[in-house]
Design a protein. Structure first.
Length: 132
């Protein structure tokens, strides 16, 4: 009888952990993407009020490796967050989760500065994701 209770409890813990992971993943929202050319450059991803408000963001890079230098998150009320990243993101990789200061404002757009990627072949895309 004790063994059955132990197994039932263990199964409950495993299932609740899986549900929490699924709920965590469901909170990330795709906000837009931009094709980049790989030279030292600056680009913008427009978001707008229709997307809502977010407390965290991250970038995902596809196609090639890319050096993300700096982010400037502009809010609808004119304020902004300057977030230094300075990270070489491998193809398919993401930045760390970046906390936003003004979580009660919508993101108007995100400006980002990036550097030349090492392999430089093909198209590189930067995706912006937000978490509520």
């Amino acid at each position: 009888m004790e063994r059955r209770n132990f197994i039932t409890g263990l199964a409950g813990l495993v299932l609740s952990g899986a549900a929490a992971s699924k709920a965590e993943a469901a909170t990330w929202v795709f906000l837009g993407k931009r094709k980049v050319n790989g030279l030292i450059d600056h680009d913008t991803i427009a978001v707008g009020a229709g997307a809502g408000t977010f407390d965290k963001i991250r970038l995902k890079v596809t196609g090639n490796d890319l050096m993300i230098l700096d982010l400037d998150v502009k809010y609808g009320n004119g304020r902004h967050d300057d977030i230094p990243v300075r990270l070489l993101i491998p193809q398919g990789g993401t930045t760390r989760v970046l906390d936003l200061r003004y979580t009660n404002r919508f993101i108007a757009h995100v400006d980002f500065t990036y550097g030349k990627f090492p392999n430089g072949r093909g198209t590189t895309w930067v995706e912006l994701w937000g978490r509520r």
